[in-house]
Design a protein around this ligand. Structure first.
Ligand code: TYM
Length: 333
């Protein structure tokens, strides 16, 4: 059975990008009979970028409610909170002692921080914590802890999955065959969903469209998507349009072809956005009601997560014991 694993960092409200890049393909994968799924809230990862405790906590709730509202079957999938699995930070340390520093120097998130500092004339490492620097090692621990084969992610995370492979290969080479080499699974049609301003939709850019906004707000957000100044009747280029790109991520092939034609025929932006709102709203409305109900019942969410942690630890505890043994950490005799 293929083992599928993915996580979402608990630093904000889940948005359309998280949904199409990770949650939707993950929920689909969890319905396949020949796969086993491991999905989790990456709350240790949240501390890298967010030092607001209330935000981390609230986001954990929202992300958990999102998975459940979208119909994740937690009897089949193992659904847990990263911080409930103490074997993960321990594995992270073992991997830290195998991961090359030079590999971490090439990680996008770290490089982006350095580049921004240089642009601002600051010291290159200004504000860079060890958490940010070694973020890919923690992510490798998440993946390798459960020996995942496939990791559904958006394009921005491919590099991290490749680093997990590198680290796993190095560990295996040194200590014997303990880890499966994971592979990123990226849906090419929506590899990077664009946000309101046309850049990658991202919590850190503040350009997201949250997945479960109340209907009126969803409409408002969609109306805010940046468009160029073409009048109704003027042909529009679908391939440079955020409205079209998001449409494509939610539409069937036939609907996409129709919208492409409508762009060529000069559909007004207001009309295209109205149709986009209807398309998305139609797909999320029912789940949104479940989401609201779940958010009002944190005890239930907690119970689900506790059960998930028990299931997850049935895998992580024995593996960590073998790894400790393999590296020479064991009882005296
Ligand atoms: P995070 O929380 O930034 O994003 C969660 C998932 O959503 C995808 N994503 C997008 N996909 C398409 N278009 C977008 N605009 C977009 N924005 C985000 C991300 O690619 C990701 O798949 N480090 C990870 C979380 C993590 C993880 C893991 C993932 C921790 N451990 C182990 C997989 C396996 C992160 O920060 O994702």
């Amino acid at each position: 059975k293929a083992r599928v694993l993915t996580g979402i960092t608990t630093t904000g409200t889940p948005h359309l990008g998280n949904y199409v890049g990770a949650i939707r393909p993950a929920i689909e994968a969890s319905k396949q009979e020949d796969s086993e799924s491991f999905y989790f809230l990456a709350d240790f990862h949240a501390l890298i970028k967010c030092h607001d405790p209330e935000m981390v906590h609230q986001s954990s709730r929202e992300i958990a409610a999102t998975w459940l509202a979208l119909g994740l079957d937690t009897d089949n999938a193992v659904f847990y909170r990263q911080s409930d699995i103490p074997e993960i930070p321990e594995l992270c340390w073992l991997l830290n002692c195998m991961a090359a520093k030079g590999l971490m120097n090439r990680a996008h998130a770290y490089k982006a921080a350095v580049a921004a500092n240089q642009e601002a004339g600051e010291d290159p490492d200004f504000g860079v914590t060890m958490g940010l620097y070694s973020y890919p090692v923690l992510m490798a621990a998440d993946i390798l802890m459960f020996n995942a084969d496939k990791v559904p992610v958006g394009k921005d995370q491919i590099q991290h999955v490749e680093m997990a492979r590198d680290i796993a290969a190095r560990f295996n080479h040194h200590y014997g065959q303990h880890f499966t080499l994971p592979e990123a699974v990226v849906d090419d049609s929506v590899a990077v969903l664009q946000g309101l301003d046309g850049r990658k939709m991202s919590k850190s850019y503040g350009n997201t469209i949250p997945l479960f906004l109340p209907e009126k707000k969803l409409k408002k957000h969609i109306n805010k998507i940046k468009t160029n100044l073409l009048e109704p009747g003027e042909p529009k280029d679908p391939d440079t349009s955020t409205v079209f790109q998001i449409w494509q991520a939610f539409a069937t092939e036939a609907q996409t072809a129709e919208m492409r034609q409508a762009f060529a025929d000069g559909i007004a932006w207001g009309e295209a956005k109205k149709q986009l709102f209807e398309l998305i709203n139609g797909q999320v409305a029912e789940a949104r009601e479940r989401y609201e109900a779940l958010l009002a019942d944190p005890d239930h969410i907690e119970e689900v997560l506790q059960k998930g942690a028990v299931k997850a630890r049935a895998y992580s505890q024995p593996l960590l014991e073998r790894l400790r043994e393999a590296v020479g950490i064991r009882a005296m005799k």
